[in-house]
Design a protein around this ligand. Structure first.
Ligand SMILES: [Zn+2]
Ligand SMILES: [Zn+2]
Length: 255
C-alpha cells in the first residue's frame, strides 16, 4: 500500500459516507448546507486533479457495479442506491501507476453538478475520452471509439452538433458509397466503355452527400450528459425521472 497520508483507500466503494476526520463545528455546517457540500466536493476533486495528477476519463460503463462518489448523487436519492446504471460514466483516474490507486467513478450528470462548466476541464487537459485499446477480459480487447458527436464535443471543447444530424449524414453517406460502388462494379462487369462517371448505360451517378448540406456552420454548446443521452437514445443519461426498465440487467446492489 502507499505511504501516502490519505485515509481509507482500502475500501474505496464504502468510503463516501465519511470523507474527512475533523468533525468540528465547521464540518457540521458543511454537512448541512448543500452549497457548502458542493464546494467541498469540488475542492476535493480539484485537489485530486492538481495534487494527485488524476484525470477525469469518460468511459463506457460495462456493468452496474460501480458506485458514484458524489456526496449529493441525485440518482442515489431517487433510486436509493449509488450504482451507476448509465451507459457512460466518469472515472477520476490515476494514470501515473505510481502505486495502486482505486478508480473513482461518478455519474456524468453528477460531475456536471460539481463542475457546471466541464468544457473548462477539457481545455485544461484534465477531462478526456477513454482512448485506444481497452482490455475487457484476459483474452478480449476492444478499441473504444465514441459517437462522432461526443468526439466533437471534446474537440470543440463543449460544443457539438445534434446527434441526429450526424446519424442522418452518416446514413446518407454510406448509402451513397454503397450505390456508387455497386454501379462501378456493374460498369466493370458489363464492360461498358469509358468511365462510369459519364456512362450512358449506367445512367446518372448520384452526388456525394456534402457535410455542409447537413451541418450548420457552428457547433452549439451542449451539456455532455445531454449529448450522451441522445447517443444512447434516452431522455436522461442517468435516468432519474424515468422508469429504470432498461435493457441493462438489474443486479442486486452491493453493500
Ligand atoms: Zn451520482
Ligand atoms: Zn457503365
Amino acid at each position: 500500500m502507499s505511504s501516502h497520508k490519505r485515509r481509507a483507500t482500502l475500501f474505496p466503494e464504502e468510503r463516501y459516507d465519511d470523507p474527512v476526520d475533523d468533525d468540528d463545528g465547521e464540518w457540521e455546517k458543511t454537512v448541512q448546507a448543500p452549497v457548502k457540500r458542493l464546494e467541498f466536493e469540488r475542492k476535493r476533486v480539484e485537489a485530486e486533479l492538481t495534487n494527485q495528477k488524476r484525470i477525469i476519463i469518460l468511459q463506457a460503463n460495462p456493468s452496474t457495479r460501480s458506485h458514484c462518489r458524489f456526496w449529493d448523487c441525485v440518482p442515489r436519492k431517487f433510486n436509493g442506491e449509488p450504482n451507476i446504471r448509465s451507459a457512460f460514466r466518469f472515472n477520476l483516474k490515476d494514470l501515473s501507476a505510481r502505486y495502486y490507486e482505486p478508480n473513482k467513478y461518478y455519474h456524468v450528470s453528477c460531475m456536471e453538478q460539481i463542475f457546471p462548466d466541464l468544457s473548462a476541464l477539457v481545455q485544461r487537459g484534465v477531462l478526456k475520452m477513454e482512448g485506444g485499446v481497452t482490455q475487457l477480459t484476459i483474452a478480449s480487447w476492444q478499441t473504444s471509439r465514441f459517437h462522432t458527436a461526443v468526439e466533437d464535443w471534446f474537440n470543440y471543447e463543449g460544443r457539438t452538433f445534434e446527434v441526429e444530424i450526424y446519424d442522418r449524414f452518416q446514413r446518407d453517406h454510406s448509402r451513397w458509397r454503397r450505390e456508387t460502388s455497386t454501379l462501378e462494379i456493374n460498369h466493370q462487369l458489363e464492360s461498358h466503355e469509358g468511365s462510369s462517371q459519364d456512362c450512358e448505360k449506367c445512367g446518372e451517378v448520384p452526388n456525394e452527400p456534402l457535410r455542409n448540406d447537413y451541418f450548420p456552420e457552428e457547433p452549439r454548446s451542449s451539456l455532455l450528459s445531454e449529448v450522451l443521452a441522445s447517443v444512447t437514445g434516452v431522455t436522461q443519461l442517468d435516468r432519474v425521472d424515468e422508469d429504470l426498465g432498461a435493457p441493462r440487467s438489474k443486479k442486486p446492489r452491493r453493500e
